[in-house]
Structures are given as structure tokens and as C-alpha cells.
Design a protein around this ligand. Structure first.
Ligand code: ZN
Length: 199
């Protein structure tokens, strides 16, 4: 059996780069062209919040567009009977199942068989450390769209994420984040290190 018998397209980028909006647009496009029930897209989103079962929910993208889908913690919670599967926040895919990663990867392979799959995820965390989970799916994707945002300091294209809230947790959905460009990122890091050495 072919392992990745699906067509996988990804949207990768920092905060506010339009990842969720790209998925939302894809969903609208698919819904409009759907002729039969099996053509309708199914929308899921990984969350850090504990979900015993998928929770139907409505949320807003950073651009203010509403999306309806199911909040999940693992691939085993996905029940997709249609041809199109859209999954957001893919960087959190293994967060709740660190010890069952390989099983989760197998479940992913099973549920995507014969489907068109669209995934969106963060590239780097606020310390500029790559999300390995996003990287894993990028390696099996057929097409990757690398999105950029606008730097909140200088308006130039941004591919990094700055954390505004003063907490040290790597995963913090409640913290405030903003996109930042390479130059401004380098500047803020050098200011931080000067402050640290002068303390
Ligand atoms: Zn900048």
C-alpha cells in the first residue's frame, strides 16, 4: 500500500500571515463547487485545550473571518467521510499524544487515504525554534505555500513571531504574539542580550 495516498497541500508561516484565512478561502471555494455531500470539506483544528471528544466550535481568524469546525487533540478524533479534509494549527498535532506519535502518524495515513488534504501551521515559535511537527508534515506534503506577514515594527515582510506577553512558556494560546521581520528580530535579540548582561 502506498503510504501517502493523498494530495497534501500546506500553508506555513508566522502569526498573522493568513494561514487560517487561506484554509477558510479554500473551504469556501470547495463548498461552492461541491455537487454531492461527499464533496463537502471537513474542517478541524488542533487545540492545546483538553478535548475528550471533538467540539464543534466557531472562531475568528486574525483577519476577523468566522470559521466553523471541530476542535481536536488527536487524529483519532477525526471522522471525515468526505473527500476534502482541512486541518488548522497542525504544529499542535502531537501535543497531547507525545508518547503515541507513531500510532498517530499511522492514523493520519489511514484517514487521508484517497483525500485532498489541506494543512496550516506555524513555522517557528517565539524563540525562533522550528516546530518539528509542522516540519514533519512539510516533508510529506505535495505542495507548500510559505506565507509572510507584515512586521509590526517596520511594516516589512515578516516571517518571525514575537511574543509580547511576558511568560516563558513555549505553548501559550492566551499570550499575545505579533509578526516581526528578520532585521527587527535581530535588533530585539541584541537589545535583550545587552539588558541581560547589564543586570
Ligand atoms: Zn521589521
Amino acid at each position: 500500500m502506498k503510504k501517502y495516498a493523498a494530495n497534501i497541500e500546506m500553508y506555513i508561516g508566522p502569526m498573522y500571515s493568513g494561514k487560517s484565512t487561506s484554509l477558510r478561502n479554500k473551504m469556501a471555494e470547495l463548498m461552492e463547487s461541491a455537487e454531492f455531500a461527499e464533496d463537502a470539506p471537513s474542517y478541524y483544528r488542533f487545540t492545546l485545550e483538553k478535548m475528550e471528544s471533538p467540539k464543534l466550535s466557531t472562531w475568528k481568524t486574525h483577519g476577523g473571518v468566522e470559521i466553523e469546525g471541530a476542535l481536536i487533540n488527536s487524529f483519532s478524533q477525526i471522522k471525515c467521510y468526505t473527500k476534502y479534509l482541512l486541518i488548522d494549527e497542525i504544529q499542535f498535532a502531537f501535543y497531547h499524544c507525545e508518547n503515541n506519535k507513531n500510532t498517530e502518524k499511522e492514523i493520519f495515513n489511514e484517514i487521508i487515504e484517497g483525500k485532498h488534504v489541506y494543512l496550516a501551521g506555524l513555522n517557528l515559535d517565539w524563540r525562533d525554534i522550528p516546530f518539528q511537527t509542522t516540519g514533519y508534515f512539510a516533508c510529506v506534503a505535495d505542495k507548500i505555500n510559505i506565507l509572510q506577514s507584515r512586521c509590526h515594527r517596520c511594516e516589512k515582510p515578516a516571517q518571525f513571531t514575537e511574543k509580547i506577553t511576558q511568560s516563558q512558556s513555549r505553548f501559550d494560546e492566551q499570550a499575545q504574539y505579533l509578526p516581526i521581520c528578520r532585521n527587527c528580530r535581530v535588533e530585539t535579540i541584541s537589545i535583550e542580550s545587552v539588558q541581560k548582561t547589564s543586570v
